[in-house]
Design a protein around this ligand. Sequence first.
Ligand code: GTP
Ligand code: MG
Length: 195
Amino acid sequence: MVIKSAVLDIVCGITSKIPDTGLPEVAFAGKSNVGKSSLINGLMNRKALARTSAQPGKTQTINFYKINDELDLVDLPGYGYARVTPAEKEKWGKMIENYLHTSHNLKAVFLLIDIRHDPSANDRQMYEWILHNGYEPIIIATKLDKLKRSQVQKNLKAIREGLQLRKGTTVIPYSAETKQGRDEIWELIESLTGG
Ligand code: GTP
Ligand code: MG
């Protein structure tokens, strides 16, 4: 994909209605700090259009990034962030669930898992939500650069088993540092959004 333009188009807060942009969209879900915003920046070839932070809980809204007036990349708030109250956690969960329920344009959900860690109960629930709402889940194993090369296959297998992925589910390792995996992710997005 040649990025001609990338803009933060819509910011959707807890009380906002989910927008209908009329453009196909793919969404990025995952635990807080897993690297959703960094991946979106990498895909857009922008350093900091999506705000990232070493502190978890950076993205607290649903952010729509419009690419080439063709499609939207949707940055979802991270879950599993320890330093929020249970009430806030529930609000975020509802926001994500509501989005999965009501989006008219969503083509697929990318679920990001840190390649160094086994999936959590929250990750498994997110995977279930994706399936339950009828979307194709695509797993991105993030922070590939943080792992010794000799560990990669073992950890990918642990992610497959931890999420009990269905046969044929795509898992793509990605590094925001080296951009390894970027082209493969774009190919998939283009095929999913008909571009
Ligand atoms: P929330 O918005 O809090 O849900 O987090 P997020 O999933 O958007 O994570 P974000 O992209 O803000 O990244 C969190 C931290 O991880 C930042 O310090 C990033 O620089 C770092 N990070 C993200 N991806 C990678 C990666 O592939 N490799 C390395 N080494 N660090 C990464
Ligand atoms: Mg973020």
